[in-house]
Design a protein around this ligand. Structure first.
Ligand SMILES: O=C(O)c1ccccc1N[C@@H]1O[C@H](COP(=O)(O)O)[C@@H](O)[C@H]1O
Length: 214
């Protein structure tokens, strides 16, 4: 029985965290990147994290942060995992004694098999949309045919997912997990309970169809 894991990213409010958990999400993402409209401080994030039940993974998202900043956030929160969304190298990502996902912003000339080798220590590769304008949270999908068959690491599919396209994404890519932020928002930084629920139901529906077929 296969199940697609779901991370709801860009959590800024306790009620949004709980909407995600109640709908069945596996992981919550907290953005520690000051210029993002979803940015939280360590103390804001920890105030939410300490209310969460067990078995929900708390992921901290960083973009080209100083190592000392990451260390401070790790010390002040109960993060389970780190997501590096900038140009970080593997030896930097490995410094923090926590599992990490490396976000790769996909463009045609990129060799994703080489990325797996470059980030051999990563728990997963998170594939997001490349944009000249923003490092993430673009709300735009990328060409999923650029993902090669036979990737060895778990693939977390991100970039512009929403209730209108997640079914097609799952059918086409069959990723280990999906990661969504803007596609389940009512406005930037504020999640929509209805969109989260719709997104989760579609993922579960697709899993049920896939499991019936095998
Ligand atoms: O959400 C942000 O503002 C953000 C800023 C900088 C780097 C990453 C960011 N978000 C992450 O980008 C992907 C895709 O987001 P979306 O679903 O397209 O809105 C996801 O991992 C976000 O958490």
């Amino acid at each position: 029985m296969k199940r697609t894991r779901v991370k709801i990213c860009g959590i800024t409010r306790q009620e949004d965290a709980w909407a995600a958990i109640d709908a069945g999400a596996d992981a919550l993402g907290f953005v520690f990147y000051a210029t993002s409209p979803r940015a939280v401080t360590a103390s804001q994030a920890q105030a939410i994290m300490k209310t969460l039940p067990p078995y929900i993974s708390k992921v901290g998202l960083f973009v080209n942060a100083a190592a000392a900043e990451v260390q401070q956030v790790v010390a002040e929160t109960s993060l389970d995992c780190l997501q590096f969304h900038g140009d970080e190298a593997a030896d930097y990502c490995e410094k923090f004694n926590l599992p990490y996902y490396k976000a790769i912003r996909v463009k045609p000339e990129l060799n994703l098999i080489q990325c797996e080798l470059d980030f051999a220590s990563a728990s997963a590769l998170l594939l997001d949309t490349f944009s000249e304008k923003a490092v993430g949270g673009t709300g735009q999908t990328f060409d999923w045919t650029l993902i090669p068959a036979g990737m060895q690491k778990p693939v977390i599919l991100a970039g512009g997912l929403n209730p209108d396209n997640v079914t097609q994404a799952l059918q086409q890519v069959q990723p280990y997990a999906v990661d969504v932020s803007g596609g389940v928002e009512a406005q930037k930084g504020i999640k929509s309970q209805e969109k989260i629920t719709a997104f989760m139901q579609l993922v579960m529906q697709q899993d049920a169809i896939r499991n019936r077929a095998v």
